[in-house]
Ligand binder design. Sequence first.
Ligand code: DQQ
Length: 715
Amino acid sequence: MADDETRVGVVYHDAVSDEQQAAMNWLRTQPMDTRVLSFTELQSGTADVDALWWHRDAPFEGREVRAATVEAFESFLADGGGLLLTLRALSAVERLGIDPVAPDVTGVESVTEPTGVLWRPIYDDHTAVSAFDSVRIPVCDRGAVPIARYERVVPSRGEVLASAIRGERDVPHEMTVVSWNRGSGVVGVGAPVAFDEPADPTVATARSDLVAGCLSAVVGGDQPHRPKSASSLAALREALADDPTRPRYHFTPPANWLNDPNGLICWNGQYHVFYQYNPAGPFHNAIHWGHTVSDDLLHWRDEPVALAPSPGGPDRDGCWSGCAVDDDGTPTILYTGGNGRWQLPCVATSPDPKLRRWEKDPGNPVIEEPPSELELLSSEHWEVEFRDHAVWREGDTWYQIIGSGVVDRGGTALLYASSDLREWEYLGPLLVGSDGHGAVWECPELLELGDRSLLHVSNYEDVVYFLGRLREGTFEAEHQGVLDHGDFYAPQSLRDDDRYLTWGWLPETRGPSAQWDAGWSGVLSLPRVLSLGDDGRLRQRPAAEVDQLRRRRLSTAVPDTIGGDRHTLGVGGRTLEVALDVSLADASAFELSVFESADREERTAIRYTRESQVVVDRSASSRDGIGATDSQRMPVTPYDEPLSLRAFLDESVLELYANGRHCLTSRVYPSPESAGISVATEGGRASLRSFDVWALEAAITPGPRPSSRAGEEPQ
Ligand code: DQQ
């Protein structure tokens, strides 16, 4: 901690600006021993201080920092000194050899509202914020202020500690504070901590407390650095273990952001799931590939991040979705590299039997531009919408489809062929969607299900599937449907002997601020087996292994016939499977209510209606109004009564399977104590042919969980 013994050297190049003078004046009011050092003095090696503070408002060109100055900073850090870089000095991290990735946004911002840092809750015990009891800290409320921050890229060695707030808004993708574990600590603050600007007294105090906290932090040592090893990721997971909204047997990221499942492969007898991951917080940005591995599809171990954007590479801005294949013994992935306004296919291979290390192909991107034969859609962000890969092999030929959209027509999956996964020939669109199928298709995937093929595509709203046949490079659809009628997106499948296992991304329905406060975002579905029924229609069931999660069957004493009064079960829980077979008899609807509070004010109702629909009513799912409140509908035709329903409850997930055909997944955020279950009918009686409730194992959570949360017997 800094105290009046702490010696801080304020460094400057050439001349001291008004802003730098104001910062020095402020520092002299602090209980620290202040010295002022020019770069020349710094180079002379006479800086007898604990920390250096470089506060720079002028644009940073890099040229002004000569090799001798870089050496002086390096040896100061090597000797155990600390370093604080504020305003545009954050841009110097690349030149100073602290991080190969510099902030991508610098300039002068006109501030008109309280603006500042949005601290990551996982680091709320960091010395820099010891004076605050909120993670939202305004540090400037007016003026034209120099800034530097990361937006489309993230530092490669540093850990992002904070993003931004603007007025009442959280702005997660503006990353303003970063730490590096060099010397006794390096912290960079690109937020508008300008001392020469007037500010409301509370804002000025916050600015002062934050900068003083950062100076204390850099002399204190041991800065957070990016958790990269399996054990540091497990520690992150542990730190979030008490969150009552965190699923216990559905896979979630250790912390931060997860979206699409990627690169699914069974390798050396283990299931590998990669996933879109942002290490900088629970928001979608600068996407990496997270990695987890399992022997049994139920228990998952966190592995180090598998793919990160390469500074200056074709995936500089992100490693977007892709798949994995076995190229005659070489695990190979195809993924989308993001660079500026372009997204292009890239290849990587792994020499590592555990698939931890991946080597990017020097020939990336392996397709240099989208096909010119079609007029493909562009967007605000992309020159052409052209991303995501599904690859399969027929004989000696590899095929892949890439998602896109054709102007004035609809989403499409573009078909390519290759003999080596590197040189690709464009063959044409496999299928172009029509009205109602969406303008852009993401994450297309083609699966062979017996004598039919299944093509599914994610169209920003739904995952639409087509069942049909592939003939000479085009897809002839016979049936179509929606893979899951709820919060389920961008699924991908793994061929496991004679079955396909499919996982989808279950996005949050709570807002970005709630996700920020939680510190994590995104869940994967249970592994589903997709197959073709005798009637030529799709079947979807949880993988048989999921039954192994059943720990205890809870005694429910539910009558066979329900009618009139609501029946509240004497058991409940939040990590449960409820399996039932019900026919409506003369009722117009049967209702299963879960995540129910004792006063029934909070509940999520699953209604099976005579119109052959299962409706999930979320209007009362959260007393606090967190998350979506709409109703989701799943048609359950064709069907024969009874309705056979499996409902998987997992804290903030409700995953429904109806008649082994239809799925609806819901993200809801009940209060921790809402764990009750009841059944009721409307307009008559329904007969329950079976009704079972199992407490399921908290397979993902590190450490034991109190049994009362897994499932409760009557008191
Ligand atoms: N998510 C990825 C894209 C894909 C989208 C980016 C679908 O590759 O199109 O994280 O959720």
